[in-house]
Ligand binder design. Sequence first.
Ligand SMILES: [Ca+2]
Ligand SMILES: [Ca+2]
Ligand SMILES: [Ca+2]
Length: 254
Amino acid sequence: MKKLKIIILVLTFLTTKFYSQSLFLGPTNLIKNEIKKAKKEIDKKLESIFYHVVEDELDDPVPFVADTAPEGIYPYGPTDIWKVYLGTDDEYLYIKIVTKEKLPTYAEKLKGGYTLESLEVGLDIDDYNPQTGFPEMPGEDILLYFHIGYKFFTAGTPEVYYLAEPTGIYWPEEQRYKKYGVGEYICGGPGYNYVVFRFKLSELGLKKGQTIGVSIISEAGAVGVHHYTYDKYPQHGAHWGDPNYPTHFDFKIR
Ligand SMILES: [Ca+2]
Ligand SMILES: [Ca+2]
Ligand SMILES: [Ca+2]
């Protein structure tokens, strides 16, 4: 018994002296605090990386798309583009998309009685090199995607990927790009109204000092409906190439 008492005394001494913080907060809170700290550090680092921001209107779904529900396009907060931040460091292109509402974690019921199946943000990059890309679709040189697929009862799974090096072959669609690769999902995503992801500049074939054209699309698919909703920045005109609606905005890679 005496031995046990001594052990307990020593343990109490050690835990209060060296682990007082964890005793006070409990291990779960300690981890939560560490995550919070790490998130703050990431946010701080990202703040210094982003140097270009564009702002889209809210509640502005694009009605001129195919494969909508029979009753037309629906407005939907989680894919309503609000702000887009772009930035670079020596190696990566960083993208932060802020939406009007949080991205759902699970497949949810949507207005009209539909069920959410996917969310996607796509960036269409024009390298401004007339020798590459598709004459029918100005700007489709590189496509960058953040995608979440939803299945019943399982949390949505985010994916970050790109298509690059256009072949010049427009149909069949699978033959449009030579290169397929992945990017990195950094933070935000399901449960947040923003997402941050990045791609290696060298993999995309982009260089510092280069100016590219960027357009952003955001869409949600429901079971049986390809375009439940659709948003774009810069705003979409009634037809492709409408001079009142430029397709891209300029972004200079620093
Ligand atoms: Ca919008
Ligand atoms: Ca081009
Ligand atoms: Ca828009």
